[in-house]
Write a protein that binds this ligand. Structure first.
Ligand SMILES: *[C@@H]1O[C@H](CO)[C@@H](O)[C@H](O)[C@H]1NC(C)=O
Ligand SMILES: *[C@@H]1O[C@H](CO)[C@@H](O)[C@H](O)[C@H]1NC(C)=O
Ligand SMILES: *[C@@H]1O[C@H](CO)[C@@H](O)[C@H](O)[C@H]1NC(C)=O
Ligand SMILES: *[C@@H]1O[C@H](CO)[C@@H](O)[C@H](O)[C@H]1NC(C)=O
Ligand SMILES: *[C@@H]1O[C@H](CO)[C@@H](O)[C@H](O)[C@H]1NC(C)=O
Length: 327
């Protein structure tokens, strides 16, 4: 009996360990451990979310896994395969405007020296952008259009090697099993998941993105051959970068797992974006719309008392449904 209990407790601890001790693999189902290297305005929220940037403008945030990851056996060696997956949500204080996005990064240091906010995404600055000595690999979820970096639009996913001019890019979205493409709006506040897979033998990088409830699709959004061996040092740090300006935008990560030479562990039991994290915009808009409709209805005088009550309760129901969808 006691033995069983010990096993149960051990299993529990293994299951819920914030960052597994296995070399080259870790998982965060929420960030309750606080075990991340943070800088800039990045912080962990009381409900276990990683908040890279919040309502501050012209600022940046970084979060790195605290330990270095071993990416190859010798300086001139071949980079190992790796896979990573994370769940995110980008919530702007305003509709149809946000800035600037977030990036999954592999970098030589647990930080990015001299990095600038705004369209530099907290990754580079005007002098080091594109420099081959950066040794930085990124997968950007970019929510602004920057002509300077050859952006295709204000809602795209790109692979960045040493600079913000992506080597592969596609409008955000996913291909379903029939091959049909579905647009995704990165900054919609919707919770979405990203998968980045690199095959060290075929040198293929694949990036897939889908709404959380859809799951990983067979066809990836981006697939390209690119040998990361010369880019990656033997030991590198993995993490996220984000910047905001001029529109205050919340960039959240809900969970993250990573593995060298294998498939990143599935995420489960992720924290929820609480009421406070709900898109303030949607709440305000819904309230305003219902107020306007109410005034119109009352002024028009065309509704009898009973109809008005039915209408009011159905409006409340719709607002409730919309809010439930947000959660
Ligand atoms: C944080 O994570 C590192 C890497 O897994 C580990 O060595 C360390 O013990 C962890 N610390 C805490 C407080 O969990
Ligand atoms: C590693 O690469 C560097 C630069 O390309 C080269 O100078 C060096 O000789 C190589 N070392 C080995 C052991 O191949
Ligand atoms: C850019 O960052 C580098 C460090 O990576 C730093 O040496 C340089 O001064 C920075 N340039 C600007 C314009 O901030
Ligand atoms: C790239 O960065 C290195 C090291 O910071 C520097 O010596 C070199 O001049 C830079 N190259 C360019 C083209 O700016
Ligand atoms: C998807 O987004 C692209 C780029 O914004 C746009 O050109 C296209 O019309 C959209 N497709 C659909 C089905 O909304």
């Amino acid at each position: 009996m006691f033995f069983n209990l010990v096993i149960l407790v051990a299993l529990f601890l293994v299951d819920f360990a914030p960052a597994s001790c296995e070399v080259g693999a870790f998982i965060y189902n929420g960030f309750q451990s606080g075990n991340l290297s943070l800088d800039g305005i990045a912080k962990l929220t009381s409900n276990d979310l990683l908040l890279l940037t919040d309502s501050k403008t012209k600022d940046q945030g970084h979060a790195f896994y605290p330990n270095p990851i071993h990416f190859k056996n010798s300086p001139n060696g071949t980079a190992f395969s790796f896979s990573t997956t994370f769940v995110f949500s980008i919530r702007s204080d305003y509709r149809s405007m946000s800035g600037h996005g977030l990036v999954f990064i592999i970098a030589p240091q647990r930080g990015l020296q001299g990095a600038m906010p705004n369209h530099y995404l907290g990754l580079f600055n005007s002098t080091n952008n594109g420099n081959r000595s950066n040794h930085v690999v990124g997968v950007e979820l970019d929510t602004t259009f920057t002509e300077e970096f050859g952006d295709i639009n204000e809602n795209h996913v790109g692979i960045d090697i040493n600079g913000l001019k992506s080597v592969a890019v596609h409008t955000a979205g996913y291909f379903d099993d029939t091959g049909l493409f579905h647009n995704l709006t990165l900054a919609s506040g919707q919770t979405m998941q990203v998968w980045v897979d690199y095959d060290g033998s075929t040198k293929q990088i694949k990036v897939t993105i889908a709404p959380l409830h859809v799951g990983k699709t067979v066809r990836s959004l981006l697939a390209m051959k690119y040998d990361l061996s010369p880019i990656l040092d033997q030991n590198m740090y993995v993490g996220f970068s984000s910047s905001t300006d001029p529109v205050p935008t919340h960039h959240y990560i809900l969970g993250w797992s990573f593995k060298i030479n294998g498939k990143a562990q599935e995420l489960s039991q992720l924290p929820r974006l609480g009421r406070r994290e709900e898109s303030r915009f949607l709440t305000i808009t819904l309230t305003l719309i219902s107020l306007v409709l109410l005034v119109v209805a009352i002024l028009s005088g065309s509704l009898c008392k009973k109809e008005e009550e039915v209408w009011l309760s159905s409006t409340r129901l719709k607002i409730g449904q919309a809010q439930a969808q947000l959660r």
